[in-house]
Design a protein around this ligand. Structure first.
Ligand SMILES: [Zn+2]
Length: 196
């Protein structure tokens, strides 16, 4: 059920396993004239049981989409509007970005990606000179595969030492992968634990 282990290159913003039937249910809600501010939107989707996706440009909400419990899949033409936007998204299960999330943000050149959940906030910031990553390059794929392998290795060791429960591995895996992956590219990736 790990999207990182079962990449789905044609889907965007999937947190985990993709349910083909549910994918037909992804809805695009028309934008209201009183679109929420970033803070209002973040507060309202943080505890949502379904995934949402908002684009903000110059602090104004320009698009929003609502998905299912494990993914939101906007149409391609909508994704083109992501350029230079702050992308706000939520993961009901509390995991960090999926591969699809990161690939979409890099491909459509968004300025920032923020994923909120009841307990955690994950943030990815585009460097001043641009993302500088091409996922279609073999070297990038190699770095990603090494990051996945090293994340799994760290998780196995933490579990063996009794530092984490087996059930926490799913929650932490993406976070560990991105810590390793983005440090390789010197791209700021942060996570904030809101439980403290
Ligand atoms: Zn996602």
């Amino acid at each position: 059920m790990h999207s990182l282990l079962q990449p789905s290159p044609n889907r965007f913003f999937a947190e985990g396993f993709i349910d083909e039937e549910a994918s037909q249910m992804a809805v695009h809600r028309p934008l209201r004239s009183d679109g929420k501010t970033f803070e209002q939107a973040a507060a309202s989707i943080r505890n949502s049981r379904v995934e949402h996706l908002y684009f903000f440009r110059d602090d104004k909400q320009i698009a929003r989409f609502r998905g299912t419990s494990n993914y939101v899949n906007p149409p391609e033409e909508a994704l083109l509007r992501m350029k230079d936007c702050v992308v706000l998204h939520n993961h009901p299960q509390g995991t960090s970005f999926s591969q699809a999330d990161v690939k979409a943000v890099v491909r459509y050149d968004a300025a920032k990606l923020i994923v909120v959940s009841p307990k955690y906030v994950y943030t990815l910031v585009r460097p001043k000179n641009g993302w500088g990553i091409k996922f279609e390059d073999t070297t990038t794929q190699d770095v990603l595969e090494e990051a996945i392998a090293s994340a799994q290795d760290i998780l196995r060791k933490e579990e063996a030492k009794g530092m984490i429960f087996s059930s926490e591995k799913f929650l932490k895996e993406n976070d560990y992968v991105w810590q390793v992956f983005f440090s390789h590219f010197h791209i700021p990736y942060l996570y904030e634990d809101r439980r403290h």
